[in-house]
Design a protein. Structure first.
Length: 398
């Protein structure tokens, strides 16, 4: 405890009086820039933060961009051809020629087929019955049998759809002229926005949102915790600097890093993964500013509450990585989730940023379509900055 001075105050407790006086002064851009310069110098002297800021985003977009791929090719196929006719051989050639299937074994009964599926040597098994070719010649083809490994339901469903489409098309080709068979209605299909139906065009924009969620919160989650651990928080609080100037000064360097990382990962997506960019870069920049302000403010709030760099990083990871990965619509369709989780996703800012990135890059739309997302992200930015300022004021004054 301090000793009372002649004015009724306490020696050794200059912070409270200094803070009261400081908060009464006007906003000073010079003080804000001084704090920003100090934070930039600290950042330059911390190699761990530099690696986290500049190298980790590149690694993440390249690693996950290649690793996350829902395009299914070279599906392993086992075959039991009981017919052995020219028609059955043409059918198998059509499956292999599509580039989607690879025949990994030709067997002579059900037990080898079951073993191939059980051991994972094949994902799909095709049984061609005896008399298949003769039935085609007569215009009454016999049904084929498909056996699928359903342990991976997504792959099994896609493999079945691919196989059925190829078999129907090839069956129509093999039928003699003038013969008729029950075929489905034919539809002329035109795919918009992702004409090649490649999963990376959907994955990479969503991945950008996830990376920015993690990086923004984790970088700033260290800033105030670093001050506490180094013992520089109380001297900072005793200086004539308002909380808004401290928070703003600490945000500015990381805001610049955030925009650099954003531009870098978007450029990697365009050049390395051939993801189209059809929208307005200025519109994307404005929406990214709102998102980064919210994420950076959240990081400062976590840093002020945790007071430990290790704890702050762990909290930031849990608060940003898991929700952004699982509840943003990046990996899983939100409409397929239970109603409770669908309601929770409205509290995940990455949900709106994922939607914005995909819509701007692939569809080329703007505010006329994405204004609800813009409102939510503006609210997120305001909340993040409010929490950051409130937490800093409480920590230095308490």
């Amino acid at each position: 405890m301090g000793v009372k001075d002649g004015k009724g105050g306490r020696e050794g407790a200059p912070r409270a009086g200094g803070l009261d006086k400081t908060f009464g002064e006007g906003f000073s851009p010079a003080r804000l820039w001084a704090v920003a310069r100090k934070e930039t110098l600290q950042l330059r002297r911390d190699p761990r933060s530099l690696i986290l800021a500049f190298l980790v985003p590149i690694f993440m977009v390249l690693f996950f961009g290649y690793a996350i791929n829902w395009d299914i090719r070279q599906i392993r196929l086992a075959v039991w051809d009981q017919d052995g006719t020219a028609q059955s051989r043409e059918l198998l050639e059509a499956l292999e020629g599509s580039g989607l299937f690879t025949v990994v074994g030709r067997v002579g009964g059900y037990p080898p087929l079951e073993e191939a599926l059980a051991r994972g040597r094949a994902r799909l098994a095709l049984v061609i019955p005896r008399g298949f070719g003769e039935g085609l010649v007569e215009g009454t083809p016999l049904p084929l049998q498909l056996l699928l490994d359903g342990s991976d339901a997504n792959t099994a469903t896609i493999a079945r759809n691919y196989a059925e489409a190829i078999l129907r098309r090839q069956g129509a080709v093999l039928l003699p002229r003038g013969a008729s068979a029950p075929l489905p209605l034919q539809a002329e299909v035109r795919v918009w926005y992702n004409e090649t139906l490649q999963s990376r065009n959907m994955v990479v924009p969503g991945l950008v949102a996830v990376i920015m969620s993690i990086m923004a919160a984790m970088l700033t989650s260290l800033t105030l915790a670093r001050e506490w651990e180094r013992g520089t928080m109380e001297p900072l609080a005793a200086t004539p600097v308002r909380p808004v100037e401290v928070v703003g000064g600490k945000l500015l360097p990381y805001l610049g890093i955030g925009f650099f990382d954003l531009g870098m990962v978007v450029l990697l997506g365009i050049t390395v993964f051939d993801v189209p960019f059809r929208g307005n870069p200025l519109w994307l920049g404005a929406m990214s500013l709102l998102f980064l302000l919210g994420a950076l403010g959240l990081g400062i709030f976590i840093s002020a509450v945790a007071r430990s760099q290790m704890l702050a990083m762990q909290i930031a990871m849990v608060a940003t990585y898991l929700p952004a990965l699982l509840l943003s619509g990046f990996l899983f369709d939100i409409r397929g989730m239970p109603q409770f989780l669908q309601a929770v996703t409205y509290l995940v800012p990455a949900r709106y940023f994922v939607a914005v990135l995909r819509a701007v890059q692939l569809k080329g739309v703007g505010l006329e379509v994405l204004w609800p997302e813009a409102l939510f992200m503006a609210g997120y930015a305001a909340l993040g900055l409010f929490l950051a300022g409130r937490a800093f004021r409480k920590e230095v004054a308490g």
